[in-house]
Ligand binder design. Structure first.
Ligand SMILES: [Zn+2]
Length: 341
């Protein structure tokens, strides 16, 4: 049995027909975790859909109304790049409910993984890039509304920049959360080619995105920290940039919750990505994130976002490895911090 819960429902499946997004990946990840003995049925919790009230913590009433009544314009549907249906909208409400449950559960268990979610291209008033509802943002705002957390940090390792996340949490400085704006002064990792890190932050949610620069979205609204990686970045450089970005973020900001968006698409054989990470490198990425979270006693919730490997089995392996990495880090003997306190 795992020392944490996995959030999953068969209804996570996105009814989008033949599509580059492998909507069946969620069920396949669950099956893989069980068939390989990584998890058993008791490790899974079934989420409830988010309420409309939850969705409205992030999304505009006009947009939510269009989704509930099937009245998106053709242009809006085109921009979303997935075919609207009432069932599809329900799957996104469920993904948001899954992320809320994952956030809540991570505060108890220190880590929780939703085998779904991570729809980081959704904006308050429109969807794009296969994303209708920003489940992670909804979870953060719900946790804040319930006074479970005050601050959060998003760490987005999908190959595509988290434009929706950056837009939603831009300029959210509030009177109760005055934090200094700051500019990142992080050095380029030694030997790493041409990447660029830029940053500035003000607000109660600190956003970090590591992504391929020459890729969707064309317009990248500023995150608190953006790491623009050059085409073909491999394991070692990627891990060095990630390490720097997390360290820099945690020097500037103290989150109550870490929301890790563990996209599988930085993989070298991804159809929509141009980075060069191996399956092993992606597992090291996950281990690095979990190690930092555990050492700081920082609750971490995980969502899966994209993954478009030529062979869908590779995508399933990468996402399953995220669970294995969490198991390795969180099942190990207590961190030194816990022992000494
Ligand atoms: Zn992606």
């Amino acid at each position: 049995m795992l020392p944490f819960k996995l959030i999953y429902s068969d209804a996570y499946f996105l009814p989008i027909g033949e599509h580059v997004f492998p909507a069946e990946k969620y069920r396949r990840i669950r099956d893989r975790l069980i068939s390989t003995g990584v998890a058993d049925a008791n490790d899974f919790l079934e989420p409830q859909p988010a309420t409309d009230q939850d969705i409205l913590l992030v999304h505009k009433p006009e947009y939510v109304q269009k989704l509930k009544t099937g009245t998106l314009s053709p242009r809006e549907e085109l921009e979303m790049e997935i075919p609207y249906s009432r069932d599809l909208a329900e799957a996104f409400w469920l993904a948001a409910g899954g992320s809320i449950l994952a956030a809540r559960q991570s505060l108890t268990d220190k880590v929780c993984i939703s085998i779904g979610g991570g729809f980081h291209h959704a904006f308050p008033d429109h969807g794009e890039g296969f994303c209708m509802i920003h489940d992670v943002a909804v979870a953060i705002r719900r946790m804040q509304r319930d006074d479970k957390i005050r601050t959060a940090m998003t760490l987005d390792c999908d190959v595509h920049q988290g434009n929706g996340t950056a837009a939603i949490f831009a300029g959210t400085r509030t009177a109760s959360a005055l934090l200094p704006s700051s500019t990142s002064t992080v050095q380029q990792p030694e030997g790493a080619p041409r990447g660029k890190m830029r940053g500035a932050h003000a607000g109660d949610v600190f956003t970090i995105s590591l992504h391929q620069h020459n890729n969707y979205p064309l317009h990248k609204p500023p995150s608190s920290i953006d790491v623009d990686l050059p085409d073909g970045t491999g394991d070692d450089d990627y891990l060095a940039w990630l390490d720097n970005a997390i360290s820099s973020g945690l020097r500037q900001f103290e989150p109550d919750l870490l929301c890790y968006i563990a996209g599988a698409d930085p993989y070298r054989e991804d159809q929509l990505g141009g980075l060069n990470l191996t399956i092993e490198g992606l597992k090291k990425r996950d281990q690095l994130v979990f190690r930092v979270a555990r050492a700081r006693n920082l609750p971490v919730m995980v969502t899966y976002a994209g993954g478009y490997a030529q062979n869908v089995e590779d995508t399933v392996t990468i996402h399953s490895n995220t669970v294995i990495a969490a198991k390795e880090i969180f099942a190990a003997s207590p961190s030194p911090k816990t022992v000494s306190s």
